[in-house]
Design a protein around this ligand. Structure first.
Ligand SMILES: Nc1nc2c(ncn2[C@@H]2O[C@H](COP(=O)(O)OP(=O)(O)O)[C@@H](O)[C@H]2O)c(=O)[nH]1
Ligand SMILES: [Mg+2]
Ligand SMILES: [Zn+2]
Length: 320
């Protein structure tokens, strides 16, 4: 039987069968997806082949099912859990877009984090939008920072919105999500769960108090789960869906060749055609149009620094 993975706890999965029934599943044996070494061979958004375990033939039985196969993914978003980790983690599969929730403060989302995430979206050809949350908490300086950041990312070609999830009207954001499967991601405490609850008009997922000491959200969402918007029955493919994910700290990129990193920075890539050398890495080569553009303020320094930080990962990976 075929179904869609709608929830992952790490050890077990909830799969919505094509007939609308939800069943709890485990992965059969040491079943692994070829080619990817990841901590989770199956992710929310995957279409899987399942079969009831032999001991539970009664439909009313609560025994678990087996996942015996995963359909080829249209796309996915994957990251290394820490920069040094060899294992990677698939955040979600078969998505139409990423909505990255970021905050200028409380907590502050770093531009390196944003750019690493965006570069990965580019690499896997997933459109990304930036949702700047908690604008109600910003002082004057921070508001100016927000304007700058929005202008920067809009100029690169990313859609951005700003809002306060605590006072959000669903209609403020529904148009961005309708008819799509959206991966909602971001650092811990930026307001992903609050946003989802506002969207649904009721508490569908728990939110965390910000701890005063760290200005970070307390661990709350510990698994990934897909929520369906609109009441279009049980046909997951026909409705809008949002995948809530546990907050992530660092975003280690994987599988990038040094030469291709600049392809995932639209602003840098656009300038790189004018570099003197075709294999320019934009680090110290003479006649580098990218460095020149950084010096002239045509490429933001923060973007260039993020680019260099990913290049550093590639270097590191070579010596692992
Ligand atoms: N002031 C303010 N607080 C918010 C906003 N959005 C979320 N929060 C608070 O931030 C904390 C973490 O939110 P949560 O949704 O759990 O973040 P998550 O870890 O990204 O899911 C909670 O205490 C929320 O009430 C907002 O727009 N404004
Ligand atoms: Mg959450
Ligand atoms: Zn160059």
């Amino acid at each position: 039987m075929r179904g869609l993975v709608i929830k992952s706890t790490g050890s077990s999965y909830i799969v919505r069968l094509d007939d609308g029934q939800d069943v709890e599943c485990h992965i059969k044996g040491n079943f692994r997806i070829r080619g990817i070494r990841s901590t989770n061979p199956v992710a929310v958004g995957d279409f899987v082949v399942v079969e009831p375990s032999a001991i539970s033939c009664q439909p009313s039985d609560n025994n678990t099912w087996w996942i015996t196969g995963v359909e080829e993914r249209r796309n996915y978003i994957i990251r290394r859990s820490t920069n040094l980790s060899k294992e990677s983690h698939i955040l979600a599969a078969n998505i139409d877009q990423v909505a990255l929730v970021v905050t200028v403060n409380h907590p502050q989302t770093s531009t390196v984090f944003i750019d690493r995430f965006l570069a990965t979206c580019e690499a896997y050809r997933v459109p990304a939008i930036l949702i700047f949350n908690k604008i109600d908490l910003l002082d004057e300086d921070e508001s100016a920072q927000l304007d700058e950041l929005r202008a920067l990312y809009e100029s690169i070609g990313y859609k951005t919105v700003e809002l306060s999830a605590i006072s959000l009207q669903p209609s403020d954001i529904l148009p961005l999500l309708t008819g799509k499967t959206t991966l909602l991601s971001g650092n811990s405490g930026v307001g992903k769960s609050t946003l989802l609850n506002a969207l649904f008009g009721r508490e569908i997922t728990r939110t965390g108090k910000i701890s005063d000491a760290h200005d970070k959200g307390m661990h709350t969402t510990t698994f990934s789960e897909m929520y369906f918007l609109g009441a279009a029955g049980n046909q997951p493919s026909a409705v809008s869906a949002v995948i809530d994910t546990p907050g992530i700290k660092g975003f280690g990129t994987i599988d990038f060749e040094k030469e291709e990193v600049s392809h995932y920075f639209r602003d840098i890539f656009q300038k790189s055609g004018a570099c003197r050398f075709g294999n320019c890495t934009h680090t110290n080569e003479p006649g580098c149009a990218v460095i020149e553009a950084v010096e002239h303020g045509e490429i933001a320094i923060s973007r260039y620094e993020s680019y260099l930080s990913i290049l550093g990962d590639c270097q590191e990976a070579k010596y692992r």
